[in-house]
Ligand binder design. Structure first.
Ligand code: NAD
Length: 325
């Protein structure tokens, strides 16, 4: 296993970054993991456990300066504008996602970094992609600006692997469900909001229709996937920054029924908005054979285990008066 102990994370204040930061600081030591974002870290625990610097990922010079002054050898690049926010502001999504990824890859090449992590998304797929058990190698014609930047990011990462020998890795995350930091404007955000509203109000109005099946994953599996892929032997990887990943798939109606097993009075109604069209262009389920074969991917949480854990955590927080929603 390679020792990687000088890390810079972009987008560290976000839904995934804030939790990955905690795990990486535990693994590599707080002072060795530099958190960066355009917003401060919300949790005092994260602010106190290691360094933070403001970094807009479109600013290549500032990125390079930080890499030098902190003697960074590894980047986790999580800053991005997500699908729903990206459809409201496609120009910003292009700028942040394309230039951010390009700047990170260029910095990795120039500074000969050891390793880079750049996540992709199920948003890389589009309506022409087979929607059930979506294969690793398939049609990539997304219709959102976010998805388009994810496909370009995957292709650019692969180019940097082959052309410049940069070690870049990443997976196509499904919707990520978590209870630490609220999601930042994606199409799968309903699957987080539903838990908070179930605990707080015992009812929820869903912005997707009841039969909209989407691939999802619980945060502990997401974090495990990042650590496992980053620790995998590079020589054993045939793919690099575009691994399909699966854990569970469900519709809002199925999730509501699972929540009702714990909160029988829970009720849901449906008012689909512009995000329905985005969801309808994405896969319902994913074939992740390549990730299983090449680096041993295997999720721990299914729908029942994830639902129980989410409700346990949020109910405890409600009882303590710290739900913050
Ligand atoms: P998020 O929206 O919660 O966090 C993104 C962070 O990036 C935010 O803290 C934001 O302040 C920061 N940011 C925005 N613009 C920036 C800029 N110009 N410079 C620096 N920072 C900037 O997103 P997330 O859910 O944590 O996503 C992390 C990564 O995972 C992204 O690449 C995203 O596309 C990918 N992903 C997430 C999901 C999901 O369900 N959360 C699913 C698939 C892929």
């Amino acid at each position: 296993m390679t020792t990687m102990n000088r890390i810079l994370m972009t987008g560290a204040s976000g839904q995934i970054g804030s939790e990955l930061l905690k795990v990486l600081r535990r693994k590599h030591g707080g002072p060795n993991v530099l958190a960066t974002d355009i917003q401060v870290l919300a949790a005092a625990e994260l602010r106190d456990s290691g360094p933070f610097e403001f970094l807009n990922v479109t600013d290549a010079k500032r990125l390079d300066d930080l890499l030098g002054s902190y003697r960074i050898d590894t980047i986790y690049h999580l800053a991005a504008i997500l699908s729903a926010t990206g459809e409201k502001n496609p120009h910003l999504a292009w700028d942040v996602n394309m230039n951010g990824t390009y700047n990170v890859l260029e910095a990795a090449r120039n500074r000969k970094l050891v390793r880079v992590y750049i996540p992709s998304s199920i948003a890389a797929f589009g309506p022409e992609t087979p929607r059930k058990n979506t294969p690793q190698e398939t049609v990539l014609r997304p219709k959102t600006m976010y998805g388009l930047t994810k496909v370009a990011g995957e292709l650019l990462a692969e180019y940097y692997v082959r052309r410049f020998g940069v070690d870049v890795r990443g997976s196509r995350f499904p919707g990520i469900i978590s209870h630490e930091t609220l999601p930042g404007g994606g199409t799968t955000d309903y699957a987080v909001a539903i838990f908070y509203e179930a605990v707080k109000y015992k009812r929820y109005t869903c912005f997707l229709g009841e039969d909209t099946s989407l691939p999802m994953m619980y945060m502990p599996d997401c974090l495990k996937s990042v650590l496992d892929l980053m620790d995998a032997d590079f020589a054993g990887l045939r793919h690099h920054a575009d691994f399909n990943l699966a854990a569970m798939s469900f519709t809002p109606a199925v999730l509501a029924a699972e929540i009702r097993k714990h909160i029988p009075e829970f009720s849901i109604d449906y008012k689909p908005d512009f995000r329905q069209a985005i969801a309808d262009s994405w896969p319902m389920s994913i074939d992740d054979t390549a990730a299983r074969r090449e680096w041993g991917w295997k999720p721990d949480y299914d729908l029942a285990a994830m639902t129980k854990d989410m409700l346990d955590v949020l109910s405890r927080r409600k009882a303590a008066g710290t739900l913050n929603y």
